[in-house]
Design a protein around this ligand. Structure first.
Ligand code: PMP
Length: 406
């Protein structure tokens, strides 16, 4: 008799042996108290400060966003009622797509149930609709893009991360008339570095390639209206497809692509990840629309985040902690060992009431395990001081090196 459970136990044991088995802290976010949350610890509920949230601007707790969600749920109900092709399209989604198209200065936008799905089904569908397409994918692209490239089932080449010389080499070797799709991110979420968008656009134009840009870790936070790095760098109209999430800086859930009416209509009509799944609930769509509209008009959250990020980086560097230099809101503190990284995270939570989930392989390469810190406008000077003190105490307790430059 085949031992089904035995196979699962074997798979888990392998992860534990490789020290990659993950344990989640059971947290309760509390409206009005961000970035504080309640931790349901083994010894009862405890207040903790969250330093690793992707609700980058705290918009998931913003009164206007919560009100939009509650009011849409009260008037339109809890669920969408079906796939978009059957009965799931509703006013809230139509308004959200118009808001997104406007945000990115594109003719149209299409919403999916997550950023993951947008990349997976969006990239695969676009590439499949281009005859004999060659995909050129940045080496550090997110798993959702890698899986989208795989699902496209066409030729692919990986260019060295952010290396436009290598990208040009690959582009120049491809037949001039062949469709080429360059897929890349703006802000890379683990190292916090930024792609050279202008140089990539120059190459795409020179070699007649199409560009697909993931702005998941940038929308809401960069550019005067929060449209992302492409807006900040003045190249938004030169990018063919901009993909984003509604789940990070916008504080809700869902993903999208924005582009010409033709590409959006083609994806709407062909993408399995759009066609065969239930639409986002109207309340979620309404919350996202309220958040986008707020961040388009208000720079206060972006300014607050910039200040908190600068102050956090300065405090951690001054303490001699190995902070990876970044130009973004992502502050990686390098540990370089999965056990020590987990222990550091456990000590921060248990002793200091600070929650920072360890980042281990395969999210980052082995030997580069880290604590990924994401300061928000709600992390004030007192909390930053407490974070620096706690990290130093943990670094000393675990005998981790201080004072090294990264
Ligand atoms: N792209 C990137 C670069 C991401 O980091 C993530 C998720 N962390 C996604 C896409 C998926 O977005 P979502 O969480 O909305 O599914």
């Amino acid at each position: 008799m085949f031992d089904y459970n035995g196979s699962f136990q074997f798979a888990i044991a392998a992860l534990k042996r490789e020290r990659r088995y993950r344990v989640f802290a059971n947290l309760e976010r509390k409206v009005g108290q961000f970035p504080h949350a309640l931790w349901n610890s083994p010894s009862g509920k405890r207040d903790v400060v969250v330093w690793c949230s992707n609700d980058y601007l705290g918009m998931g707790q913003h009164p206007e966003v919560i009100e939009a969600m509650c009011s849409a749920a009260r008037t339109m109900g809890a669920g969408a009622g079906g796939t978009r092709n059957i009965s799931g399209t509703n006013r809230a989604l139509v308004e959200l797509e118009a808001e997104l198209a406007d945000l990115h200065g594109k003719q149209a936008a299409l919403v999916f149930t997550s950023g993951y799905v947008s990349n997976h089904t969006g990239i695969a569908t676009i590439a499949r609709l281009l005859p004999d397409c060659l995909i050129l994918s940045d080496a550090l692209n997110h798993n959702s893009m890698i899986e989208g490239v795989r699902a496209a089932d066409c030729a692919k080449q990986i260019w060295r991360h952010n290396d436009t010389q290598h990208l040009e080499e690959l582009l120049s070797r491809a037949a001039p008339g062949r469709p080429k799709l360059i897929v890349f991110e703006s802000v890379y979420s683990m190292d916090g570095d930024v792609a050279p968008l202008e140089a990539i656009c120059d190459l795409a134009e020179r070699y007649n390639a199409m560009t697909y840009l993931d702005e998941v870790h940038a929308v809401g936070m960069y550019g005067p209206r929060g449209a992302g790095i492409a807006e900040r760098d003045g190249v938004m109209e030169r990018i063919d497809v901009i993909e984003g999430t509604l789940a990070k800086a916008f504080g809700a859930l869902g993903g999208y692509i924005a582009g010409t009416s033709d590409v959006v209509d083609a994806v709407r009509s062909h993408a399995p990840g759009f066609i065969f799944t239930t639409a986002l609930p109207p309340a979620v769509a309404a919350a996202a629309t309220a958040s986008i509209a707020h961040l388009k008009a208000s720079g206060a959250e972006r300014a607050g985040q910039r200040d908190a990020v600068a102050a956090t980086k300065a405090a951690l560097r001054q303490a001699g902690l190995p902070v990876l230099a970044t130009e973004t809101h992502i502050v990686p503190v390098m540990v370089g060992d999965p056990d020590l990284c987990k222990q550091a995270s456990d000590l921060l939570l248990d002793r200091h009431g600070i929650y920072i989930q360890p980042i281990n392989y395969p999210t980052v390469p082995r030997g580069t395990e880290r604590l990924r810190i994401t300061p928000t406008p709600a992390h004030d000077a007192r909390l930053i001081g407490r974070l620096a003190d706690a990290l130093i105490a943990v670094w000393q307790e675990l005998d981790l090196p201080l004072g090294r430059d990264h």
